[in-house]
Design a protein. Structure first.
Length: 228
């Protein structure tokens, strides 16, 4: 309503998503029924966050999800280095970095984060980048659709990194030495349980007791971005 001219774009995206999810052979059908969220909810969130898919593009999106300490950022960087070594054009984004802000009004910072993502992706698209690596713990289908919308992705694959809770807690404990360390460590098991319930990943990769190069290579092969 605040931007009537954008309505056509939003409705087009909603129509595409609805067709995919109502297709009896769609891999998203069971997930949508299980989560039981409405398309009106997603539309309202897109309008609230100001995220619209107004570009016509063929962006391939590989999302790296997992709880804290799973290795998302580390694997993101290694995968980017691997692609660069083979001269494969791409962008690599740690989405959490786009939402590091404390708003004086106490407003939801996720709106800023997704708008920042969209702006960066538009810059990449202008340079001909059609592959995007994105690190982010995706907790529910709405967050997944917001990422797709901001990126204007036509093909999305979600990889979840896994390790034991003890290993991930130790990683976070070593990484976070500040005042919020205890909260971050406690968040590991909590967020892991949320991701277990959501089950949004297309495949998983074990990140424990392996080199980061091996983990990144397995992820890229499973995603279809690299051959063995």
């Amino acid at each position: 309503p605040r931007s009537p001219w954008q309505r056509a774009y939003v409705e087009r995206v909603i129509g595409s998503i609805r067709r995919d999810c109502l297709d009896p052979y769609s891999k998203y059908e069971l997930r949508v029924r299980r989560k039981a969220f409405s398309w009106n909810t997603i539309t309202c969130i897109w309008l609230e966050y100001g995220v619209f898919t107004s570009r016509i593009s063929t962006v391939t999106l590989l999302i790296i999800t997992g709880t804290m300490g799973a290795g998302k950022t580390t694997v993101l960087c290694e995968a980017s280095d691997t692609l660069a070594l083979h001269h494969i054009a791409h962008g690599a984004i740690d989405l959490d970095a786009f939402g590091i802000v404390y708003l004086p009004s106490g407003a939801d910072k996720n709106g800023v984060m997704y708008r920042n993502l969209q702006s960066v992706c538009e810059n990449y698209a202008a340079l001909g980048v059609t592959r995007l690596l994105l690190a982010r713990a995706i907790e529910n289908p709405v967050e997944l659709e917001l990422c797709r919308a901001a990126v204007s992705a036509t093909n999305t694959v979600v990889c979840r990194l896994r390790a034991s809770i003890q290993t991930m807690e130790q990683r976070v404990r070593m990484r976070e030495s500040g005042i919020a360390q205890r909260d971050y460590v406690l968040r590991v098991a909590e967020l892991n349980a949320i991701l277990d319930r959501a089950r949004l990943e297309d495949f998983t990769v074990n990140s424990e007791n392996r080199s980061v190069t091996e983990v990144a290579q397995e992820m890229l092969v499973k995603a279809g971005w690299r051959s063995k």
